[in-house]
Design a protein around this ligand. Structure first.
Ligand code: T4K
Length: 396
């Protein structure tokens, strides 16, 4: 059993292991593309690499339109505005805060609905209680890249006359019932942030099969310009740069290798964590395509002898910088905490899951040996939970 830094003071890893360390598929190819950008002297504004990136994404996802943007937060704001969402929109609280902010930023009220604890995505049975005459839409998040219950959400949206969109920020390369995420609802928005499975430094993409909506989104992404000197819409600057597209295209070419690495690490975690009471690995559906970018575990204090927060402290002492996504839930962050102080009453599963989840490091920089050491730390921490607790209580 490994000695724990929390007890002995010497960490298992000399360098920090981050969740979200960027994947870079092929540095040489990226630099080659960057050189070509400089030679062309065409740096942004719908350049050739952005166009190529959009075409490749649309083909992979089998969608009619892909509009690349500077990041997914702006992408969500643009898609929300272009689709005409207003009033109140039903969203999960268990998501990255950008989902809620993209609404509130436009003075649309995010109404937080609870999640299914088994999937961490919106629970369709808990949506209708939140629908009011001001509700215009449902905005689901494919949390961890695992799809929302799309069919049930479509049924509710159609029956109640609501629009349906998806925050697909973590879900590039994932499928639902054999169809790639990207073509569900009115529109879906992906993130290509540095920490995401497919990264373009910063970046994102809005995908849709709706011609009219796509045209509106394109205009809005570029200030509303429909041609020289002709602005026909309110717009913003949501454009992706050429250097971002170069990174995105290069990583797209290496996507199968990136999935393979994540899958290998996920399987290693699965094997090593099996039999440790008090820790449950969130499983991916192997019948679907997935990117396996998040290794998500839930800590059960009763069986583990430690809380999630105590385990995080143990891991951080070892230089394993595990994250508590999406603690504490959007409804406990400002401005929502002040605006809706009682929202938590309707979100028991969100609160329970948010208090139990830990995300562990994976990706290109993590090896199977590292996974094995991390799991050994977890096993040792639970086995010595009383001593760990005592050591932690002396620290605070
Ligand atoms: N909707 C959902 C459901 C999302 O998950 C997100 C983003 C969005 C919308 C909005 O997408 P964008 O507008 O960002 O395109 C991170 C990311 O910043 C964020 O993109 C992501 N979700 C979220 C889940 O995680 P932080 O604040 O936790 O990340 P940060 O900056 O602490 O980075 C994590 C770790 O990665 C660091 O400890 C160090 C490492 N790192 C990070 C960067 C940027 C590196 O090693 N190199 C790097 O370049 O939010």
């Amino acid at each position: 059993m490994p000695e724990l830094a929390i007890l002995t003071g010497s960490p298992a890893f000399t360098h920090p292991l981050h969740v979200g360390r960027p994947n870079i598929a092929n540095q040489e190819r990226f630099l080659e593309r960057t050189g070509q950008i400089l030679d062309r002297n065409w740096l942004t504004n719908n350049g050739p690499l952005v166009q190529e990136f959009e075409q490749r994404i649309a083909a992979i996802l089998a969608v009619k339109h892909c509009i690349c943007v500077c990041n997914a937060t702006i992408g969500l704001e643009i898609a929300i505005r272009a689709a005409g969402l207003k009033g109140e929109v039903i969203v999960p609280s268990y998501t990255f805060v950008a989902t809620a902010h993209a609404l509130q930023w436009q003075e649309i009220t995010p109404v937080f609905a609870d999640i299914d604890p088994a999937t961490h995505t919106l629970d369709p049975t808990r949506i209708e209680r939140h629908i009011t005459p001001r509700t215009t839409a449902i905005l689901g998040t494919h949390v961890w890249g695992r799809p929302c219950p799309v069919e049930s959400l479509v049924e509710i949206a159609q029956r109640r006359g609501l629009k349906l969109m998806f925050d697909a920020a973590p879900a590039f390369g994932c499928s639902h019932r054999g169809r790639m995420i990207g073509g569900f609802g009115l529109a879906e928005v992906f993130s290509f942030h540095a920490t995401k499975f497919l990264n373009s430094f910063e970046g994102g993409a809005i995908t849709t099969n709706d011609d009219e909506l796509a045209a509106k989104i394109r205009l809005m992404t570029n200030f509303g310009f429909s041609g020289y000197d002709n602005v026909i819409y309110i717009g913003t600057n949501g454009k992706m740069t050429e250097v971002s597209a170069a990174m995105g295209l290069t990583n797209l070419e290496g996507i199968e290798d990136l999935v393979a690495v994540n899958r290998r690490n996920y399987e290693a975690y699965r094997a090593c964590l099996t039999g440790i009471p008090g820790v449950a690995l969130m499983l991916y559906d192997i019948a679907e395509r997935g990117n396996y970018q998040y290794v998500v575990v839930e800590v059960n204090e009763a069986a583990a002898g430690l809380t999630r927060d105590e385990l995080v402290k143990v891991l951080h002492a070892e230089n394993v910088l595990a994250r508590k996504y999406f603690w504490p839930g959007c409804h406990r962050m400002e401005p929502y905490r002040s605006l809706y102080p009682y929202a938590g009453m309707f979100l028991p599963e969100t609160e329970r899951v948010a208090a139990r989840v830990i995300v562990l490091p994976t990706g290109q920089t993590i090896t199977v040996e590292i996974v094995s050491t991390i799991c050994g730390i977890i096993r040792a921490a639970f086995a010595q939970s009383a001593a760990v607790r005592a050591a932690l209580s002396q620290r605070t």
